[in-house]
Design a binder for this molecule. Sequence first.
Ligand SMILES: Cc1ncc(CN)c(N)n1
Length: 230
Amino acid sequence: MTPDYGKTFKHWRAGASETPDAPWHQYTRHAFVEGLRDGSLPHASFLQYLVQDYVFLVHFARAWSLGVVKSEILEEMTVCANTVDGLVNHEMALHVKTCAAVGISEDTLFNATEAPENLAYTRYVMDAGLQGDFLDLMAALAPCVMGYGEIGLRLKAEAAPNTPYTDWIDTYSGAEYQGICTTVGGMLDAAVARRLGCLDASPRANALQARFTLATQLEVGFWGMGLRGA
Ligand SMILES: Cc1ncc(CN)c(N)n1
């Protein structure tokens, strides 16, 4: 079942599910994800993904901070600031703890060299926010937030009992992360209504959908990097 993260996400998700190659499906059902689910993902692949993902989250926290800058009202600012807190102080704790257990320090994580797929994704999102307005930024950020929420919930329900990746699954299916998805989804609906009225009828609908779909494709590339090795 698709989680309810608001009607804007539902609309964009549908838009990324209708094209022949269905980027949303490729993202949320990627072989990397299925490897987390059934436990077949090699641990070395998981670790090198986590190292890249730590750096990814540093840049995503920067992009959500840009959301504070581009907010028009305090409620938007609050959600963006709380999301930065969630990324930096909670989600990244998974990466730090898992990597520390195999001797990878936080310093090593912070200074890791970015893989091209990582660089492309994070800088695309940052550029969407710098070049565009709050909604351009949110359309590029939404697949990251909600996609992992959707994946986390599905894997929580479907994971093999002996998968070694339960910490990862619990992080993204847990109340804290799910709360962020729901709150961001609600804020997004209000932000769209405030700026565009009805999303469907807006002349910006296609451009925003294109941003969401491209960010989804960049998520697919990120999983691919994880499987291949950075
Ligand atoms: C690449 C990627 N996309 C999304 C998430 C979830 N915040 C993440 N940690 N990494």
